[in-house]
Design a protein around this ligand. Structure first.
Ligand code: F6R
Length: 241
């Protein structure tokens, strides 16, 4: 793992942005794996600014998001569809027909998961996969567990994840209890993985991901098996390394 730790938020954002922009410059048809949550927000804002200045184009690229809540309508303020539109897609020239996010409202969620995997198989591999990390070491919504799910699947979110997600909802009862997530297997197929973490509350998870045993109890530790992972951290998230 290549670990880069930054003192300034500005430099953290610039490093992540540069990785995506240089990929698009060398391969305009790049397949991007995208994450939601607070970690990539600064990068999405910077990409939008660079697009506005004509410094980057997504016109020939395509994107696959990691996950979506089950049961939230796409236009719900907290759906990941809405998050991505609001924070990135509406500001850039990514062709909507090449944007992919799992449909957490599909009548047949099993079939939805299968068709998401088929798309990834046909159009992948993902060239650059952005990831955040949960306090419990989850990546995507692959939660700590005794077993590893090899394909896109519906997951019951653990209490600690529900608690972390609660900050975006008016009450705990409104927090979706399930999500559709890409599997660790699909994540590991990406050519390059860029994991983002900021803040002291991520330090234990980062330590376990980097130095801990490779275990499904810390899904991010499975990234140790991948040959091309970059960690972009602030000082607080990297303080236990
Ligand atoms: C989001 C996702 C999650 C988040 C993680 C960290 O698409 O898959 O794994 O990346 O929960 O969230 P933040 O960045 O909000 O701390």
């Amino acid at each position: 793992m290549n670990i880069l730790t930054f003192n300034q938020e500005e430099d953290f954002v610039q490093a992540g942005t540069n990785l995506i922009v240089s990929l698009l410059q060398s391969n305009p048809r790049a397949v991007l794996g995208l994450a939601t949550g607070s970690s990539p927000l600064g990068i999405y804002a910077r990409l939008a600014k660079m697009y506005a200045k004509g410094l980057v184009s997504f016109a020939e690229a395509s994107s696959y998001n990691l996950d979506e809540y089950v049961g939230l309508s796409e236009d719900h303020p907290q759906s990941y569809h809405n998050f991505m539109n609001h924070n990135l897609f509406q500001h850039i020239d990514l062709d909507p027909s090449r944007i992919h996010i799992p449909n957490g409202n599909a009548e047949d969620l099993e079939a939805e998961c299968q068709s998401y995997d088929n798309l990834l198989e046909e159009n992948g591999p993902i060239d650059l996969q952005l990831l955040g990390i949960g306090h419990n070491g989850h990546i995507g919504f692959n939660e700590p567990s005794d077993h590893l799910n090899g394909s896109t699947h519906v997951v019951d979110l653990l209490d600690e994840t529900l608690a972390a997600n609660a900050r975006f909802f008016t009450s705990m009862d409104d927090v979706p209890k399930q999500a559709v997530t890409m599997s660790v297997g699909s994540i590991l197929k990406a050519r390059q993985i860029v994991l983002l973490a900021r803040g002291a509350e991520k330090a234990e998870a980062i330590k376990a991901a980097v130095h801990g045993p490779i275990t499904t109890q810390c899904p991010a530790s499975l990234l140790q098996c991948h040959p091309n992972v970059i960690l972009l951290l602030d000082q607080a998230a990297g303080r236990l390394l």
